[in-house]
Design a protein around this ligand. Sequence first.
Ligand code: 2M8
Length: 434
Amino acid sequence: MDDRAASELVDRAGAVLDDNWIGHSTKPSPGLYPHQWSWDSAFTAIGNAHRRWDRACDELRRLFEAQWSNGMVPHIVFDPTVRDYFPSAADWGSNDCPAAPAGIATSGLCQPPVHAIAARRVYEARPDATGRRFLAELLEPLRRWHAYLFDVRRIDGELVEIWHPWESGMDNSPAWDAPLAALAIGPDDVPPYRRVDTSLMDPAERPTDAEYDRYVHLLDRLRREHYTPARPATHPFRVHDVLFNAALVAAERDLGRIAALVGDGGDRERARADDLAAAIDRRLWSDEHGLHLDHDAVADHPIPVPIAGGVVALLAEPEHRPVAALREGFLHPAGSDTPVVPSVPVHHELFEPARYWRGPVWAPITWLTIEGLERCGEEQLAARLRRGFLDLVEGAGFAECYDPLTREPCGPDRFSWSASLTVDLVAARESAEG
Ligand code: 2M8
């Protein structure tokens, strides 16, 4: 891509971000996702930091205004003016939860903790006194968020758990098939509900009804306990997810940097990140797959499905590095100079090219993989992935995700994270090429 094409792409991406701005944060897309989502906002801030710095700050501020008193950052912050999303604010019932913020309706689950990574990027776009003031503002909220994960979600004292597939961000990943199938649910265990997503999108590109039954069942269970189970070890869906834990390592390291930048320590964060990185290696690495695998904490065994979340382990700069698995198993087409990273390898039996998190290429996964490669000193491979993703969006636009075989867009168009991360990847390309 030449410079003129890159600059046109950034302009188009900026228009998408501006259109999706809802006055205090950015919705993921018009139509299907009309509220604020947690990790989407972090990714949006990363791109907006290059072009609308104040909006990048406001985006993260708004999210942390909805932080719960136990430190949890909810995965959805509802826009009260919009009603057509399931599960709605009323379905979540956060207003009944003592830890939820007053006057703001939110979900009761969380998403991968990439926010300190985003805050650091926002600062780096403006590394002056104003940037430091922004970091100082977010330091305590970020510390409380990470403390929630380490204190409440680290039941075995080593790895952090997710309690619902939505918490992974990779809703219908084939990695959740077995843990979801193991849920013993009868017809009375799923409250009546009506999906909105399948009336807006092709159901063939969405999770199945059987998966939604299980999502709703788990939501209902957690809601009854205000999303804070009295005996978390008895919750029936508990997974040590590689991406979630690796993101926390990188975010905790960045939080240490943030603390140091504002003159408030940082050693504790660095030590805790190192311990978590070591646990990821010790507990999740599979010699057989050359990859870190998710672990089903209920059944207490590894989930032997290679998903791209496994290569995102690179973010933790682990001792075992899944670089060969990335090159040989994931990149498509393998030898290409502009490859993409499907969410499931294209030759895997569970690969489905256009069904959401079961095969398509995703901007956040691509970006986190590139970030992980850079943290591990693999700049050349990172540059190939960057070229591959920019080539993809140049042809297919800013879709929710992309079919890796046809390179066609999937899901809603004008999607914020694809636009935002394009802005960041173009900026990174320019600085890499001088
Ligand atoms: C998708 O998740 C939501 C539920 O949170 C949904 O399916 O309605 C996922 O792709 C998730 O990772 C993303 O944050 C969200 C909004 O883009 O959509």
